[in-house]
Ligand binder design. Structure first.
Ligand code: 5AD
Ligand code: SF4
Length: 483
């Protein structure tokens, strides 16, 4: 296929951001042309989303665009008229997975050469990856980035009208677009909703690709966020999760360091049943946020606070801007105010030249904090980040052994903590039929513990009391009790 390169991503541009340029705000282009509407009628699409909640939310917006054309969604590629991959670049295996899936998509394309195959998301923010796709998968019709999802209609139309492939990836963005349909159309759940409060990241942890793929930190206006939450509440949503790479940096670009605590309070005051947020950055976190959590019963007693490593030497090399001791102080301040809070974290094992002593410090920190859950990763070198070039003499075998030891410790802590739930009654917001057993309904308790009960789909969207009968490491089994 002939491909037109409108713009290619540029990592250097993303890293050398000019923070003097003010952020501008604009209403997103939402209306499809009659050409697109007549193309889309009777057609089907399939979206495959990888990675974090930011990608999930972007896919929801894109799904909204496609449904507005009258298209129908299907779960698998086979027979779909449009296949969209929303990609994740955080670790190498996520990127490799994309290439495997593209191989599969090729079979669909060969059966019907009118199939539109589109790729967006973080992997497409890397020039090398874009060139690799163009060289190896020349049936791909459309490539766009995280900063131009709102140009989706015009890109798609261009591709259809001119019968050519289009690559348009903006490297950076000083723009926030508003006005997406807030409603249920594109959202994955009818019960819980993600609400972006900010985009991008300015932290530049040395291992992380996100600051290059998602651009500079920029905060949405408070009134737009609150309007979205109110609208979701009116539509019957029971829970909102406020999203940002560092939610506590919310408002920094308009010079208000306490803006997150104040925003969180206002979101709680809308009266929506449950409020959650991800992800705070330890050293930016203001204890005022804990006070707000304490004042409002509808802010869930759960905090995901990434530590990444328990060793000060490694934290420094990661460019994390806190020490182990400072992190422990924050945890202490949290537990003094909210003793019942659940705490989870992210940990990277095998960062370049992590020594046995460094790793032991991570284990000892995990024991000291007694996390309720932790997401653990083996360091994956990402091209373009500083850690990619760091000397590393630790063997893969040692890294895997460390990973297994850490995982065993975390599972042990989580299992013990889960046992404490047995016999207690918790309030569960039911979200969906269980993946494994269609006679079970699953939901979450305020601490973000997954709970399964026997029941039917009429429970979805309800908050009900559940007596816990049995615990597993990462889930609980219970039965409904009458209110
Ligand atoms: N290798 C391994 N894990 C990573 N993360 C981010 N970048 C990398 C990488 N290059 C992890 C961090 C982060 C989580 C979302 O992913 O722990 O908090
Ligand atoms: Fe990546 Fe660090 Fe930003 Fe989190 S804070 S997105 S780990 S650079």
């Amino acid at each position: 296929m002939k491909t037109r390169l409108v713009s290619l991503p540029d990592f250097k541009k993303a890293a050398g951001r000019n923070h003097d340029t003010p952020i501008s705000f604009k209403q997103a282009e939402m209306k499809p042309t009659s050409f697109l509407v007549s193309w889309g009628r009777e057609k089907t699409f399939c979206i495959k989303t990888y990675g974090c909640q930011a990608n999930v939310r972007d896919s929801e917006i894109l799904r909204g665009y496609l449904l507005a054309l009258g298209m129908k969604e299907q779960e698998d590629f086979d027979g779909a008229d449009l296949i969209l991959f929303n990609t994740c670049a955080i670790r190498e295996n996520a990127e490799n997975h994309l290439y495997g899936e593209l191989g599969r998509a090729k079979e669909t394309y060969l059966k019907n050469k009118d199939t539109i195959i589109a790729i967006c998301g973080c992997v497409m923010q890397e020039e090398k990856a874009v060139r690799y796709v163009l060289d190896h998968f020349n049936f791909v019709s459309l490539i766009f980035g995280t900063n131009n999802i709102t140009s989706f209609y015009s890109l798609l139309e261009d591709c259809l009208v001119h019968h050519e492939g289009i690559v348009d990836v903006k490297s950076n963005s000083d723009l926030i677009e508003e006005g997406f349909p807030e409603g249920k159309e594109g959202r994955e759940s009818k019960v819980t909703a993600f609400v972006n409060i900010m985009y991008g990241c300015d932290k530049f942890c040395t291992y992380c690709i996100v600051p290059y793929t998602r651009g500079r930190e920029r905060s949405r206006k408070e009134e737009d966020i609150l309007a979205e939450v109110r609208c979701l509440k009116e539509q019957g949503y029971k829970q909102v999760t406020l999203l940002g790479q560092n939610v506590d940096a919310y408002g920094k670009d308009f010079h208000d360091e306490y803006a997150f605590a104040s925003l969180l309070e206002k979101v709680a005051e809308t009266g929506i049943e449950r409020v959650r947020f991800v992800t705070p950055y330890p050293s930016d976190f203001k204890t005022e946020v804990f006070d707000v959590m304490k004042r409002h019963q509808n802010i869930m007693p759960y905090l995901h606070l990434p530590i990444q490593s328990g060793s000060n030497r490694v934290l420094k090399r990661m460019n994390r801007r806190y020490t182990r001791e400072e992190y422990l102080e924050i945890v202490k301040a949290l537990r003094e105010r909210l003793p019942d809070v659940f705490l989870s974290t992210d940990i990277i094992v095998g960062f370049p030249d992590e020594s046995d002593e460094d790793f032991e410090e991570t284990l000892s920190l995990v024991r000291e904090v007694k996390y309720d859950a932790a997401y653990t990763f083996i360091f994956s070198p990402r091209p373009g980040t500083p850690a990619y070039h760091m000397k590393d003499s630790t063997s893969d075998q040692v890294k895997h052994e460390r990973f297994d030891r850490l995982k065993a410790l975390i599972d042990e802590l989580a299992t013990n903590r889960a046992k404490e739930f047995v016999g207690k009654t918790v309030e569960v917001l039911f979200e969906k039929v269980s993946d494994r057993n269609k006679e079970m309904i699953s939901g979450y308790d305020p601490h973000n513990k997954l709970v399964h009960v026997r029941g039917d789909s009429s429970l979805i969207g309800q908050i009900r009391k559940v007596k816990i009968l049995e615990s597993r490491t990462y889930s609980l089994l219970g039965e409904l009790v009458d209110d």
